[in-house]
Structure formats: C-alpha cells, structure tokens
Design a protein around this ligand. Structure first.
Ligand code: GDP
Ligand code: MG
Length: 444
C-alpha cells in the first residue's frame, strides 16, 4: 500500500546519517511508484514528485543532522499544501434560500450525502433545510431521499410524479421561499457513465437554480477514474467543492490528492460511513498523515476524547507518545471502540488494523470480534499482556482454549498488536503526538 511503501522508504531514510542526492532520488522513485499504485493521476504524481525532489535536494537536507526527518517534513508539507492548506466549510452567505447542488455519478453517494449534509446543517448550524430529489430516472430514487429525510428529521419536497428536474428544482425554491427555508439541497440523478444527457440536465438545473454551492460527490475508491470524473464535471459546471465518500473504506489519500489537483477546488467533506452522521470536515493534515502511514491518530484521539473520559484519552495519547502500547491498552481500546460505535467507524482510523478491516469488508467479521479479542486478552497472563513476545506456541494453544478461539485467531491478534505498536513507534520517531501537532502547526 501507499502508506506501507512510504513509511518503508522513510524508515530507511531515517536510519541514515546523511543523504546523498542519489538517496533522495531513490526515495522519490518509490514515492512515485507508491502514488501511482494508489491511483493518483500520472500528471499529478509527476508534478508532486518533481516539486519535492527539488525541495529535498536544494534544501540543505544533505547537510542536515536529521535528514530523514527533514525529508518526511518536506513530503508532509507538500502533501498538505497540495491538499489545500485548511478546512473549508460551506459558503452559504447568499440571499436565502441558499441552494446546494449535489452532482456526481450514480452510486457515488449523492443521496446519502445530501441527507448527511441536511442533518448537519440542521443540527450543527441550526438552518432550516429542505431537500429535493431531482432523480426522475432511477425508480424509487425520490422515495430514497424521502426515507433518508425522515431518518435525519429533515423535510423533503413532496413528490409529484411526472415532473422534470428543472420543474422540481423550481418548485423546491418556491416552497422554500414561501416557507422561509434557509437552505435547499438539490440531489440530482447520476448515470453509470459520464454522458451528455446527464451533463445537459445538470447544467439546466444549475442555470435555473443558481446554486451557492455545487458539490461534486466522488467515491474515494474510484481510483484513476476519479480524475476523469473530476475533469468532465468541472468542465461543465462551476464546481465549488468536492465531497469524497467512502473514506471509511480502504482509505487512500491518493484520490484526495488528484481530485484537488484536477478541480482546483477544496475538498469540503468526507464520508466516513453509511450512517447519516458519517460526514466529517476534510482535514488535509490528517489525510497527509494517512498517506505517510501513521493512521489517523489525531482523529482517533479526538474522537476518543469526545466519547470517553478525558483522562483515559490523555493516558492513551501519552502511551502513544511514548511509543508503548501493550495488550492492556489494546483491550481498553476494544471496549472504547465498542462504546464509540464499533469497528466500522473506527477501524480506518487506527493504524495497522487493515486485516480486520478487509475481513469486515468480506463479511467475515463484525463487532463480535471485539468481544472475542477481549476474551483472548483476558486469557493471557498479566505478564504476557505487557510482553507479548512471551507467548510461545504452547501458550497460544492454552490461550485459544481459554478463550474458546483458535490459534489462528490468536496469531491474528498478535499480528494486529504488532502492527499497531510499530505504527506507534513511527509516531514516536516524529516526536509523538506533541511533535506531530507541532508539525501540523497547532498546539497540543
Ligand atoms: P447516489 O446514486 O450517488 O445517490 O448514491 P447513494 O447515496 O444512493 O449511495 C450509494 C451507496 O453508497 C449506498 O449504499 C450508501 O449507503 C453508500 N454510501 C454513501 N456514502 C458512503 C460513505 O461515506 N461510506 C460508506 N461506507 N458507504 C457510503
Ligand atoms: Mg441518488
């Protein structure tokens, strides 16, 4: 993966006393391959790599005492810069009702994201929001939005059969004006492929409703396609921003990087689950961290501190900062994760939980695995929990028996712990949470 490849490169760089120009070029070759593997568009990769190479070579890295760290910082800074330097919220400062037009391919997550946005605007920004589906092509598409609207407690425009998208949009605007709505979210139809009919329909709606925000919804897993999608949509309408959905999946920073480079528009939100609260602001710094293979530790700590007692979160952060992370911590993590909405929501934020995530995607495991893993840890001796290397083949069999699991499952747990602690160690090398925060330009 991109993360592994990059962190491998940086580990090697970090171990060196001094870097030669060749070292830098060598590292950049790997960065380039990794970005390509992650489906970042070729021109974007070229641009990025040449920018960094120049900086890394020209920037006294060669003479620096800690060249590895400097290169990491240069790559990190360039990533953040390219991803956009800060969070950017919606811009709805127009005469109400402010229209938000959702565009994108079928299945990208427009309807779900419309409802997520409606819910957020209502609950967090205290806006009066009306939603309307303009999808007259897919059967039951309008009903889908109505159902989601009910779940989000956000009203939707009553459905009238036979109306065309522009008519529906006008009816939504009229209703909104009459009833004093602040925001109207227009959810458009998508096609499986980019076609001119889709584009014309979308342009007609955009012309007649003058949106304050036109948001392109793109599946973060769309890979190389994301670039073509971005290009064709931005050629046809004035996009104001991008929303990347399914960042909870096999989250690759790569998609974010090319979307941003191709559209030149900020990524405003990311979708982090199928549920209606699965929408987060886009944090370039966090995505850069993900790309560098440190997991989304800041998000994790933040989320943890929202949900669990503050001391617990601080203790966890301190452990992370020290690069120490034993089975007692892992067990605590599991019970916290269960309280915080289960694996799905959190797996992607924790470094090194990839196997479990993949298994979940294949439908092999669910939140019950947390209970199981806690049972495995319970069957270890206190010493083993602190020093997992004590667990030999014989002990594995005992632990499996004691917890009603298999040796294979014990091995999986051990591997996961190992990956997590090496991620923590990588974090430590960068100066822990505090160092990371400093690098991010904030306080901690
Ligand atoms: P549309 O055709 O663009 O309107 O796409 P939908 O909103 O109908 O979404 C298609 C599928 O993607 C649905 O099953 C959604 O639940 C799912 N989906 C949308 N956003 C996300 C997300 O951020 N994460 C995950 N895991 N699933 C999502
Ligand atoms: Mg839809």
């Amino acid at each position: 993966s991109l993360s592994e490849r990059l962190s491998g490169v940086f580990d090697r760089l970090r171990g060196r006393g001094a870097l030669t120009e060749d070292d830098v070029r060598q590292a950049m070759r790997e960065v380039r391959i990794a970005l390509l593997e992650a489906d970042v568009a070729l021109p974007v990769v070229r641009d990025f790599v040449s920018k960094i190479t120049e900086k890394a070579i020209g920037h006294n890295v060669l003479k620096s005492v800690t060249p590895g760290q400097q290169v990491v910082k240069i790559v990190y800074d360039a990533l953040v810069e390219m991803l956009g330097s800060d969070t950017s919220d919606l811009n709805l400062a127009v005469n109400p009702p402010a229209v938000i037009l959702m565009v994108g391919l079928q299945g990208s997550g427009k309807t779900t994201t419309s409802a997520k946005l409606g819910k957020k605007l209502k609950e967090k920004d205290h806006k009066k929001v009306l939603m309307a589906s303009l999808d007259v092509h897919r059967p039951a598409a309008q009903e889908q939005l109505a159902t989601l609207g009910q779940q989000a407690d956000v009203p939707t425009l009553p459905i009238i059969a036979g109306q065309q998208p522009v008519e529906i949009a006008q009816r939504a605007l009229t209703s909104a004006r009459l009833q004093g709505y602040d925001v109207v979210i227009l959810d458009t139809a998508g096609r499986l492929h980019i076609d001119q009919l889709l584009m014309d329909e979308m342009k007609a709606v955009a012309d007649s409703s003058q949106p304050a925000e036109t948001l392109l919804v793109v599946d973060a897993l769309a890979g190389q396609d994301a670039v073509n999608i971005a290009r064709s949509f931005s050629e046809q309408v004035d996009l104001t921003g991008v929303i990347l959905t399914r960042m909870d999946g096999d989250a690759r920073g790569g998609a974010a990087l090319s979307m941003r480079a191709v559209t030149g528009k900020p990524i405003k939100f990311v979708g982090t689950s199928e549920k209606l609260d699965g929408l987060s602001p886009f944090h370039p710094d966090r995505v850069a961290n993900r790309i560098l293979g440190m997991g989304d530790i800041i998000s994790l700590v933040e989320k943890a501190s929202e949900t669990i007692e503050k001391e617990d979160a601080e203790a966890l952060a301190a452990k992370m900062a020290k690069g120490r992370f034993d089975f007692n911590d892992l067990k605590k993590q599991f019970s916290q994760m269960r309280r915080m909405g289960g694996m799905g929501a959190l797996a992607s934020m924790l470094p090194g939980v990839k196997q479990i995530k993949n298994a979940m995607a294949n439908g092999q495991v669910d939140d019950r695995i947390l209970v199981k893993m806690e049972a495995m840890i319970d069957s270890m001796t206190p010493k083993e929990r602190i020093r997992p290397e004590l667990i030999n083949a014989k002990r594995k069999i005992r632990i499996a028996k004691g917890s009603g699991t298999t040796v294979q499952e014990i091995n999986r747990l051990l591997k996961m712990h190992q990956e997590m602690s090496s991620a923590m160690k990588r974090l430590k090398k960068l100066g822990g949470i505090k160092g990371l925060m400093k690098m991010l330009g904030g306080g901690a």
